[in-house]
Design a protein around this ligand. Sequence first.
Ligand SMILES: C[S@@+](CC[C@H](N)C(=O)[O-])C[C@H]1O[C@@H](n2cnc3c(N)ncnc32)[C@H](O)[C@@H]1O
Ligand SMILES: [Zn+2]
Ligand SMILES: [Zn+2]
Length: 447
Amino acid sequence: MKKQGVYECEKCHEVFNLNAAELKDMVPVLIGYACTYCRIKRGYKQPDDHDLEKLKFIEDLLPPFPVPTQRFYYSRDRPFLTKRRIESVDRLFDKRNLITLSVLFHEICNYPDEELRELFKLAFSAGLEFVCRLNPLRPGAKGYSTRSGLTVHELWIPAVHCLNNPLIIFFDRLKKVIAGKRESYERCRNVKFARDINDILKGKANCLIVEDSATNLDRLLCGRCDKDPVEKNRCEGCIDFIFTDPPYGESIQTYELDFFRNAWLFPDRLDFWRDEIVINRNQGKDREIYYLYMRRVFECLYKLLKPEHYMVLTFHSSFIDVYNTIIIGATVAGFKLEKVIYQPPAVPSAKQSLHPYTSAIGDYYIRFKKPREAKKPELPTSYDEKVFERVVIRHIKEIIASRGEPTPYSVILKEIYPRLEREGFLLYAKPERIQKILEKYGEVLEE
Ligand SMILES: C[S@@+](CC[C@H](N)C(=O)[O-])C[C@H]1O[C@@H](n2cnc3c(N)ncnc32)[C@H](O)[C@@H]1O
Ligand SMILES: [Zn+2]
Ligand SMILES: [Zn+2]
């Protein structure tokens, strides 16, 4: 062993990472059970010869209905970035669960009522993470915690994992889905679904769900004027308010992490990764392409929004490395940054408690406005690091002075952006630059 999880082969000296090494064999180490006779709700036992024999028998059976066997690859030599240890969807499950799931899914797909069928599919796909090898077995209150589900943003197989019974999980998820539906009915009364934007503009409906890439939004949504080219030229936008939670760079590979659910639900429509807005080298998308996609979406949104109206983005601090890309994309599309609101987490994280003045954990809400007069964003032609530093320090001092108390980094970050924008520095104001300046001049600033 070289360092944690990294090993070197004694023979060929090839170095490999255990987290990514393919799984060859797995052995059952513990069986959880419930007994209806003595009312044990949760018992555990070591597998005995009888259990092992039975499992071996099941291992040789075939699922009676088709199961997904797609591989975690974009093409032959381009695996999913998050792929660890396992090559294809079916290998996430043991034979016993694969057989149960194949029967259950077959029954769901043949259920006559469409609305219920879709509800069942939702519960089915929500349960998958608890019945596959992505689900770790952890110590818990009553011996073990068996329903952690996906715990990391990777398709990682914990060495000791837990395969729950798919039927129990399905009915449990179904209960949760129904409770969720009840709540949403209560909160959002009078929802009427529209077929297209015209239903909304004519007041016939109030909710339109569009199943398409956000990069096509302009094409889909400009309803009032779409029919009439003259009207279309005149239209400055039809939408009153935009609220969005866009994809943030590299840290969450949504397509890859949802793949094992989608492979069950719609195996024929799995190529939508091509539209995914993400940074992922195996999809051939670097930061520049991510920026171009985001800018394209902002341009669509800009076109759709009425002048003098607002767009609000949510932004979680763990995506700080694309903060600027997002702000620049929106600004270049014509939006004007107005205000950043910071919402600290309910429970401060360990990192923030340790470094309250240089780390910013929590959610941001970034408010942009579509100005009445479109104007090109100003990009300063030359840029002097020293000048920028001075400006940043001046603003930090002002922010701290106006609060008159020690000021966490998160507060500085949210207040400094609108200030820098007013002075034409917005497009250079990377959070890591501001952080560096803070660290460099920490003592000066404490005066
Ligand atoms: C930050 S997440 C939103 C999460 C959501 N608010 C929630 O709470 O579940 C961003 C979402 O944008 C989706 N996305 C990525 N590319 C897209 C595209 N081209 N069009 C529409 N959505 C896209 C991602 O799949 C991801 O689900
Ligand atoms: Zn018993
Ligand atoms: Zn229009």
